[in-house]
Design a protein around this ligand. Structure first.
Ligand code: NAP
Length: 285
């Protein structure tokens, strides 16, 4: 068997088209331009790339893109002050503080300063709680992207066994809630779980968000299962170069799975566009 390749780029492009249309309509009807503020502290190269891509996409969609770059040694008070000022700024509808922050800064204090209505990463306790209550307004971008891919390639997932490996606030926990809300039977696994291969072999939908290159092997996968690979890992590719691989051993897994997301071009392609969707939702609220 060779799996269907789940094309995140194509699904993202179609969502992008809808956001473009909606943004133009919003501007024409109300004069409002969605505004996305990005906050980057320090010089982490991966974070710089992520933020640059988010800003570029926002600008290409005609959003206002406000960028605040702060030095590595920024104090807690200074960062919290910036986030509070953005929260109070009427021209800003979405605020993204790029994580991880330098070690001396407290992420929770920063999230507490963020207006939940502008929390386009859906990381504040308010938005996490609303998701748990089935009343989410803004949903974490990567889990939202995964659900769109499942909708496109699987359709109704009611009654399907879903395993989410990874329980982060950013991905695993919200992803499990969204799968549950779509009536899947959800299991969450993590570093303390016993017999991960055995749990994985039961899954009709296997979602890996671990951060370990090619950790999930072909013999963990139920034949015909849908495999969603969230991992983005930079590994040596020879000649001093690097390549990106996921948390799933793609080549061998594609021989067993029914459908699978590639890395890159799968889940990663959805994240930024879902961030833009959240900014538009926040602007329309
Ligand atoms: P994270 O916060 O580091 O969480 C990793 C999770 O994996 C934890 O829950 C951890 O369990 C679990 N884990 C680690 N080792 C394990 C093992 N041996 N067996 C089972 N579970 C294990 O990571 P994250 O932020 O969720 O990100 C995960 C991956 O997704 C990373 O590669 C990241 O780059 C990628 N990512 C991609 C996107 C995208 O746009 N495509 C977005 C977000 C994240 P414990 O809780 O027990 O420690």
């Amino acid at each position: 068997m060779t799996a269907t390749v789940i094309d995140g780029k194509a699904v993202a492009a179609s969502l992008r088209g809808r956001i473009e249309t909606e943004t133009a309509k919003l501007k024409a009807q109300t004069g409002l331009t969605p505004g996305l503020a990005t906050v980057l502290v320090g010089k982490d190269p991966a974070s710089e790339v992520y933020v640059r891509n988010k800003r570029k996409t926002a600008e290409a969609l005609g959003f206002n893109s406000i960028h605040i770059e702060l030095p590595e040694n920024t104090s807690q008070d200074e960062l919290v002050g910036k986030v509070k000022a953005l929260s109070a700024d009427k021209s800003v509808h979405g605020i993204l503080v790029q994580l991880p922050l330098p070690k001396h800064l407290n992420e929770n204090a920063v999230l507490d300063a963020l207006d939940p209505a502008k929390d386009v990463d859906a990381l504040t306790p308010t938005n996490a709680g609303l998701l748990l209550s089935g009343r989410a307004h803004l949903v974490s971008c990567t889990p939202a992207g995964v659900m769109l891919l499942l909708k496109e390639y699987v359709g109704d997932i009611a009654g399907k066994e879903a395993l989410v490996i990874g329980r982060s606030l950013l991905f695993g926990k919200p992803a499990a809630q969204l799968l549950l809300a779509a009536n899947a039977t959800v299991t969450m696994a993590h570093s303390r779980s016993k017999d991960l291969p055995g749990l994985a072999r039961r899954a009709d939908i296997l979602v890996a968000a671990i951060g370990k290159p090619e950790f999930v092997k072909a013999d963990w996968i139920k034949p015909g299962a849908v495999v969603i690979d969230v991992g983005i890992n930079r590994v040596p590719a020879g000649d001093g170069k690097h390549k990106l691989v996921g948390d799933v051993a793609y080549e061998e897994a594609a021989q067993v799975a029914g459908a699978i997301t590639p890395v890159p071009g799968g889940v990663g392609a959805m994240t930024i566009i879902c961030l833009m969707q959240n900014t538009l939702i926040a602007a329309c609220a």
